[in-house]
Design a protein around this ligand. Structure first.
Ligand code: F0G
Length: 459
């Protein structure tokens, strides 16, 4: 087998500014040991997120020049609408400025007090929008989905039996929709099988509940189906994606992932009455229905990106580059969440820095060390993000897993960048005994991980 190469040539470059470990120690200290507070310029390889960080193609950039900026009825909207209709089959296509704006509109209509919304695993913004409406967001991942060491093909799946029990228990009238997130970001970017989506549809039909897909990484999910699920190897990614969407009544989409753009999203759905309500909210919060918070040029770039992302050469390279990172780290003994997901590698921080207890944030410690050693920015997904202190007892409640996410931007880094990341992670792992715990010196009341300040614990 030959090396799987990047299926593109580089036409425009953005220089990386280099600094030294000594510089980075100062920068990190000034940022309160929170990489979210570091200027991006001071980062060598930025693996904070795969969202909005894609490199656009020459065709997307030329589409930007060609964007029709008319307030109403822009040609760019009709191209956007046509591409999404063909891909998803949904009747109503509503542009939004990003994924969470689509979620906000959907749950403003369907959420509310007394309602429950099940999902294989909600992403944070989905959960936040559901809870903001007064409804309750519930995760029903499949058995083993949350075990970092189990290797299986579709660890992102919904637990279908649990879903049915949940519907019976809470009552059909209290469940306005079922959601499936593909790939399952909060569960390691693991894919969901077509069989599982079909089974979710069967439950939705049985109880007359609509099914919505959180489609951010639909193309990566479709690629995993092609590679891993019997009966799909001869189908095109587009055919697989079309089949996925055919089982749903609608979707929310953050175009910042699999539409290969830096900003954008949409809500798509079949129900005309619901679409009318959604457009009424859209006009107030986002914009006129044919632009909804986006410029005409953004709509062009999304339409083009949605066509490019279906290219199998692109997806082969994309999934392989993440797998390659996971493979090399595993070979070196670095504990990661298995198997590698579609858009990121998650280090198992609890095993990696087993001498640091959860209340001293092992993930944060790895994140800081990786920055100093290699200028690599990653994010803690553990007790900094999800840990709590019980108000009454003052007792620390840790997150269910201590992870560090290395999210890979699309089409941005080459194999040598990934090799550099591998070297830095292995070096950090080899020096793990010198990692120190951290304590929080400042935290905001909500979503503290973004702005928290830390200090290393001296002993
Ligand atoms: N759903 C999923 C599964 C996501 O991963 C995200 C964003 C959203 C919805 C919200 O989309 O950012 O366009 O409003 N995930 C990013 C991440 C932020 O880093 O994983 P958005």
């Amino acid at each position: 087998m030959k090396t799987i190469i990047e299926p593109f040539k580089v036409k425009t470059v953005e220089p990386i500014k280099f600094n030294t470990p000594l510089d980075r120690e100062t920068i990190l200290k000034q940022a309160g040991y929170n990489p979210f507070m570091i200027h991006a310029e001071d980062v060598i390889i930025d693996l904070l997120t795969d969202s909005g960080t894609s490199a656009m193609s020459a065709k997307q950039w030329s589409g930007m020049m060609d964007g029709d900026e008319s307030y109403a009825g822009a040609r760019s909207f009709f191209r956007f609408e046509k591409v999404i209709k063909e891909l998803t089959g949904f009747k109503n296509i509503i542009p939004t400025h990003q994924g969470r704006a689509a979620e906000k509109i959907l749950f403003s209509i369907l959420g509310g007090e007394g309602k429950f919304i099940p999902n294989n695993t909600h992403f944070d913004t989905t959960r936040a929008n559901i809870e903001f409406s007064g409804a309750i967001a519930v995760d029903l991942p499949c058995t083993g989905g949350r075990d970092p060491d189990i290797i299986s093909d579709f660890k992102g799946n919904m637990d279908i039996d649990a879903l049915e029990k949940f519907i019976i228990d809470k009552g059909v009238k209290n469940i306005p929709l079922i959601m499936i997130t593909i790939t399952n970001n909060s569960n390691g970017g693991q894919p969901v099988s077509m069989e599982n989506i079909r089974a979710s549809r069967a439950i939705a039909n049985k109880y007359g509940i609509p099914l919505f897909i959180d489609a951010c990484r639909f193309a990566e999910n479709a690629f995993f189906i092609k590679k891993r699920e019997p009966g799909y190897s001869d189908k095109s990614i587009k055919e697989i994606a079309q089949e996925i969407f055919s089982y749903a009544d609608g979707c929310t989409m953050s175009a910042k992932k699999d539409a290969l753009v830096n900003m954008g999203g949409f809500l798509a759905l079949n129900n005309d009455e619901l679409a009318l309500k959604a457009r009424n909210i859209l006009v107030v919060t986002e914009g006129f229905p044919t632009y909804g918070g986006l410029a005409g040029r953004d709509l062009e770039a999304i339409a083009q990106g949605l066509e490019e992302v279906l290219d199998e050469h692109y997806l082969t390279y994309r999934i392989r580059s993440v797998e390659y990172l996971g493979e090399k780290l595993t070979q070196a003994g670095v504990p990661i969440l298995q198997p590698p997901g579609g858009h990121a590698i998650y280090l198992n921080a609890q095993k990696f820095a087993s001498h640091i207890p959860p209340h001293q944030y092992p993930g944060q410690s790895i994140v800081c060390y990786l920055y100093v050693i290699g200028g690599i920015r990653s994010s803690e997904i553990g007790s900094v993000m999800f840990g709590k202190t019980d108000k009454l007892s003052g007792k620390f409640i840790p997150a269910s897993m201590e992870l560090v996410r290395l999210a890979i931007p699309r089409r941005v880094y080459t194999q040598s960048h990934i090799d550099y990341v591998i070297e830095a992670v292995i070096e950090t792992y080899n020096q793990r005994q010198s990692l120190k715990g951290y304590r929080i010196t400042y935290e905001a009341p909500l979503l503290r991980h973004f702005t928290a300040q830390f200090e290393p614990i001296k002993e």
